[in-house]
Design a binder for this molecule. Structure first.
Ligand SMILES: NC(=O)c1ccc[n+]([C@@H]2O[C@H](COP(=O)([O-])OP(=O)(O)OC[C@H]3O[C@@H](n4cnc5c(N)ncnc54)[C@H](OP(=O)(O)O)[C@@H]3O)[C@@H](O)[C@H]2O)c1
Length: 314
């Protein structure tokens, strides 16, 4: 267990450090004087706030091809895995991501095994495998399994929608609610979900690194409320002070058709939006709250999380 505790000179690798969660985590860990290294696909796109800290190392690479991985993992104590391969603008070519995510996780774990990395902390998605999971959520589970199969002890955190300014799911929610006074939705409108504030996710990610007892364990993380998508949309209007929306549940609107009109209303590329929309049919609620025994935090209510998210520009 001594090995698992982070010491002052240990370095932590962040994969996905340029993303919505990763960028915020870099700031959080830098403020705690934790030494960091980032593997990034495009070093020129690394935000200035990250480059400001001269002690943070940047390695150019790509998890899917495996380029740069050997250099990235060398001498690393623990790694965060905050990566997914969804993206692109094509409405029809959105299925490649699962294969790429599988390759990326395998590439990482074989390099991590060789380099003797002690721990990996992964943020994946909630959802139960036996319940006709969407391809996206199934792929998140597959990555969890691959990362848990290596020598580093894996901590797997599973979350539903994360409420924060740049989160893809949150941006879709924001545009739909703010642009459409009347919505006709498929039956997923009454699916239950447990949203979580990005601030709470960061507390759990940081807490996992600092508490070695979380190594080798899987935790569901969520906010204090379980809501349906309908309730979430109405609470959003109350949080930002706009009129409540009129929401109809259509008996026959196919999720595919719904995905295409989401393309028209929101700025999220269809390569991300469509797999996320397919996942709306799956209930994403924490199975337990055992994370509280290891990392006790005061959970941020949904409306507070929305108010914070809409007040932030990035
Ligand atoms: N956002 C949510 O609501 C939410 C909810 C539950 C769970 N999660 C989980 O949280 C994690 C982070 O998600 P996010 O919302 O922060 O995603 P994001 O903003 O889209 O960031 C994804 C990151 O992955 C990097 N990446 C993608 N492919 C890569 C590759 N081949 N090699 C190296 N890096 C690569 C991207 O780098 P580039 O800058 O080069 O593109 C980016 O830094 C994911 O595991 C996701 O499943 C998110």
């Amino acid at each position: 267990m001594d090995d698992l505790a982070l010491k002052p000179n240990d370095r932590v690798l962040i994969l996905g450090g340029t993303g919505f969660i990763g960028k915020r985590l870099v700031t959080e860990l830098t403020e705690r004087n934790i030494k960091l290294r980032l593997l990034v696909r495009n070093p020129s796109a690394v935000p200035a706030v990250i480059l400001k800290n001269k002690d943070t190392e940047i390695v150019k690479g790509d998890l899917v091809s495996g380029d740069g991985l050997k250099e990235a993992v060398h001498g690393i104590h623990s790694a965060y895995y905050l990566v997914h391969s969804m993206g692109g603008k094509s409405m029809f070519k959105t299925t490649e991501f699962a294969r790429m995510d599988k390759d990326a996780a395998k590439n990482f774990i074989s390099s991590a095994d060789e380099a003797g990395i002690k721990r990996v902390i992964y943020l994946g998605g909630l959802g139960e495998t036996e319940k006709n999971l969407s391809e996206h959520l199934r792929s998140r589970e597959e990555v969890a399994e691959i990362l848990s199969s290596g020598k580093p002890l894996a901590t797997v955190l599973r979350a539903a929608i994360i409420i924060g300014a740049e989160g893809a799911s949150f941006v879709m929610l924001k545009y739909l609610v703010e642009r459409l006074p009347v919505m006709i939705c498929p039956k997923w409108i009454d699916t239950r979900i447990q949203p979580i504030a990005v601030k709470d996710v960061l507390a759990y990610l940081t807490g996992s690194l600092l508490n070695p007892d979380t190594a080798g364990k899987k935790f569901d993380i969520g906010g204090p409320e379980v809501l349906t998508y309908r309730e979430m949309m109405q609470q959003y209007t109350e949080a930002v002070g706009i009129r409540r929306r009129i929401i109809f549940r259509a008996p026959v609107l196919s999720p595919h058709l719904a995905a295409y009109w989401v393309d028209l209303v929101t700025p999220i590329p269809s390569g991300i939006a469509h797999p996320l929309i397919e996942g709306l049919k799956n209930e994403v609620v924490c199975l337990d709250d055992k994370i509280t025994e290891y990392i006790p935090i005061e959970k941020t209510p949904f409306k507070t999380a929305v108010k914070i998210a809409v007040s932030q520009k990035d």
